[in-house]
Design a protein. Structure first.
Length: 192
């Protein structure tokens, strides 16, 4: 089976598979939301494509009461630039944070980034690069983030980082295996 390009080849079935995996991350991290972006095929520089968003039941209920669309469907395949995405690529995909209550982080945020997460009350993100490829061809192909209302304690952050690393960077990750088997992955090469 030929691999498909991002964003053009992503299907509704892919979206459902991605959402299923993200619900697993949401459950394990106890986050309010989990978001996934993959890099556009053929791009070696950061070129984010929004491919997944899941939220906890409380956020879903609030969103439905306001009659707002599901952010995963609403934003699916959008290519809005992201300072968080850029930052993740600059640091080689290592775990990092965004705390939107800190003026220094808020100042870096682009206007379109102020949307969904802020409306949902998500003020703190832990994020990590998704590593695809093998050996010398390893790439940071996207980012996986878990969002919380407030910055968790250090113990919780350490636990969340381990969970994100397992989902985004482990050779045994079903999510990474799905990406490698389905898509022509783009993104910057990692130095070994």
């Amino acid at each position: 089976m030929a691999k498909v390009k991002i964003p053009g080849g992503i299907t509704a079935e892919d979206f459902l598979t991605i959402s299923k995996h993200l619900r697993g991350v949401l459950k394990e991290t106890n986050a309010k939301q989990v978001v996934l972006r993959l890099n556009e095929t053929g791009k070696d520089e950061p070129a984010p494509v929004f491919v997944g968003w899941v939220e906890d039941p409380e956020l879903t209920e609030e969103r439905l009461e306001k009659n707002e669309p599901d952010p995963g469907l609403f934003r699916f395949a959008d290519t809005t630039p992201s300072t968080t995405y850029d930052k993740c690529f600059r640091n080689g995909g290592d775990p990092n944070e965004r705390n939107w209550k800190l003026p220094s982080h808020l100042k870096e945020r682009k206007p379109k980034e102020l949307g969904q997460a802020s409306k949902a009350g998500v003020n703190y993100l832990r994020f990590i690069g998704i590593i695809g490829g093998d050996g010398n061809a390893r790439r940071c192909v996207g980012i996986l983030s878990a969002g919380f209302s407030e910055k968790p304690d250090d113990f919780t952050i350490e636990k969340v980082d381990k969970i994100l690393k397992r989902w985004a960077q482990s050779s045994s990750s079903e999510l990474v295996a799905f990406f490698k088997g389905t898509f022509e992955l783009g993104g910057p090469a990692l130095k070994n």
